[in-house]
Design a protein around this ligand. Structure first.
Ligand SMILES: [Zn+2]
Length: 66
């Protein structure tokens, strides 16, 4: 299953970040998906296949945290 996301989209993943955050902003799209945790601002890279597995839902109406 291919999940379509765009830069700036906010998504929710199945796995919680160690900080407790569950919402991520998409900052890079390619073979890897770059995500920034909205809670702690930490940046991670997930391979596309892993992202597809972890993806739970897209959140379109989250106010920017910065
Ligand atoms: Zn975090």
């Amino acid at each position: 299953m291919y999940i379509e996301v765009e830069m700036g989209d906010v998504v929710r993943l199945r796995k919680k970040h160690p900080c407790g955050g569950m919402e991520w902003k998409v900052v890079r799209i390619g073979a890897d998906i770059g995500l920034v945790c909205l809670k702690c601002q930490r940046r991670i890279l997930l391979p596309r296949g892993e992202f597809n597995k972890q993806f739970k839902s897209k959140i379109t109406t989250v106010a920017p945290s910065e």
